[in-house]
Design a binder for this molecule. Structure first.
Ligand code: FES
Ligand code: FES
Length: 153
């Protein structure tokens, strides 16, 4: 089947998509957007988090066909040209990135949190990021990054 979807503000099209194919596969393998990561492919780690019509979702759990005629925003779509989004900048500055595999999903999830709750408490940050696993950082630097981004936005 053919899937038409708006990705990061651009109308995109993928052909010969299999009915069981995930949105994550289409983004990474067909549309050349490898920012969203594929770690567990079963909704457990959050590394594939993207916005679907402004709601953060695990792209590995969304069938590509469900994105038909909808809007997707990936981590690649957060920056304004060469200028990083404040959340991306904060992750870099706070040292919240080690291997980086979890980072795109955490950045999108943190971005969505700060849109909803501009000054979140620590429990609110922890709850919002609870579905995003990181095996490197121990999470403290990630919390620092979200606090820093909140202070700057
Ligand atoms: S790859 Fe989608 S939740 Fe882990
Ligand atoms: S930085 Fe490696 S998994 Fe989070």
């Amino acid at each position: 089947m053919r899937v038409n979807v708006t990705v990061n503000g651009e109308q995109r099209q993928a052909d010969d998509v299999w009915e069981g194919e995930s949105l994550l596969f289409v983004l990474r393998e067909r549309l050349g957007l490898p920012g969203s990561k594929n770690a567990c492919e079963q909704g457990e780690c959050g590394s594939c988090t993207v916005y679907l019509d402004d709601v953060p979702v695990c792209a590995c759990l969304v069938a590509a066909g469900q994105a038909q005629d909808r809007e997707v925003r990936t981590v690649e779509g957060l920056a304004d040209g060469e200028r990083l989004d404040p959340v991306q900048e904060a992750f870099v500055e706070a040292g919240a990135v080690q291997c980086g595999f979890c980072t795109p999903g955490l950045v999108v999830q943190a971005h969505a949190l700060l849109d909803r709750v501009p000054n979140p408490s620590d429990p609110e940050i922890r709850e919002a990021l609870a579905g995003n696993l990181c095996r490197c950082t121990g999470y403290e630097k990630i919390l620092d990054a979200v606090r820093l981004a909140a202070a700057r936005r």
